[in-house]
Design a protein around this ligand. Structure first.
Ligand code: SF4
Length: 330
């Protein structure tokens, strides 16, 4: 049970950047106008562990090991659209990482007794996302029954929804929950038109937060079971800490890990034999990859005039992740 001003266990691990995100399918029977899924994921039966497209539980295990994951958050799409897949992944994680590997599951459904029985021992925490149009009748909805039953069966149970007008209507169900997580409503490529139709605008030019989200949730956020998760927090703490965990496990001796958890390194594209300067460096200070020489960024800038060919400094997410910036070096 969540005590006064405490977070759910899933959130505690998430705050430490220790939760791997398993996107288990992009399929979903609902059509929420605010759905934040990207074009690459929405409506497609694909699996991602963090940002890596994967297939098997063993692939996900590898990603979890790279970040020394403390647990996994299963999301989608609708994860319970593929219940056997969810069970296979959970069973694998509990077997290889132990019972203590904390698993929370998002679902837009209100799972009944049979589904909950199948999830018992595999999932520790259930986070339901009732449809917006049901919020004003939440106490008469199947979500209340499901929350009570899940609690009786030993799950930690909560609701997790974006902050939308009318979110205060969820207040009566708090007595049946361990927690209510409110995510700041976020603008995305696939929901932008629906946001504009509703006269919504961005809070600032830096984050994806939609203006008004905090005010809509104002009546709820001081309740001890309610946790407000801001867009800024997700970018600056949750993602950053997760990247740092991966960077610590995967950085090469010459990669510089930044405060944001990205890595910096230099690249020489020459196609020529290895320039003599590299023979003076420790062997671990460079790597040949697909014909290019990768090394410390300062080797590229300091010895630029002795390195023939195209030179650049790369900043990217660790483990060959997303390239954030490429800076050419003259
Ligand atoms: S339930 Fe979730 S994944 Fe499905 S449409 Fe709504 S926001 Fe998108």
């Amino acid at each position: 049970m969540v005590r006064k001003r405490e977070l759910s266990r899933g959130c505690v691990f998430c705050h430490r950047g220790g939760k791997m995100v398993l996107f288990v399918t992009g399929l979903c029977p609902r059509t929420c106008w605010y759905c934040p899924l990207s074009k690459e994921r929405k409506g497609r039966d694909v699996i991602y562990a963090n940002e890596r497209l994967i297939v098997t539980p063993e692939d996900a295990e590898e990603v979890a090991r790279l970040m020394s994951a403390l647990g996994t958050g299963i999301t989608g799409g609708e994860p319970l659209h593929v219940p056997d897949r969810v069970a296979d992944f959970c069973r694998h994680f509990k077997r290889v990482f132990g019972e203590g590997h904390h698993i929370h599951l998002y679902t837009g459904l209100a799972p009944g007794e049979e589904t909950l029985r199948d999830l018992r021992g595999l999932v520790d925490e259930i986070r339901m996302h009732p449809p917006h149009e049901m919020w004003s009748r939440i106490e008469e909805s199947p979500y209340r029954d499901s929350a009570i039953l899940a609690g009786e069966m030993g799950f930690s149970v909560g609701i997790e929804v974006p902050s939308l007008p009318g979110i205060g209507d969820l207040s009566p169900i708090l007595t049946s929950l361990d927690f209510l997580n409110i995510n700041e409503l976020e603008w995305g490529e696939t929901n932008a038109a629906a946001m504009r139709q509703r006269n919504m605008v961005l809070e600032d030019g830096v984050h994806n937060a939609v203006r008004g989200g905090r005010a809509w949730a104002a009546d709820l956020v001081n309740h001890p079971k309610v946790h407000w998760c801001s867009s800024r927090f997700k970018d600056s703490v949750q993602l950053r800490k997760r990247l740092l965990r991966v960077a610590r496990n995967t950085a090469r001796p010459f990669d510089q890990v930044t405060r944001d958890g990205t890595i910096l390194y230099g690249v020489l594209k020459s196609g020529e034999p290895l320039p003599p300067i590299f023979h003076q460096l420790d062997p671990g200070m460079y790597e040949i990859r697909e014909g290019d020489v990768e090394t410390a960024w300062w080797v590229i800038t300091e010895f630029s005039d002795r390195l023939p060919g195209e030179k650049m400094i790369i900043e990217r997410y660790p483990d060959r992740g997303l390239v954030v910036e490429v800076t050419p070096v003259a």
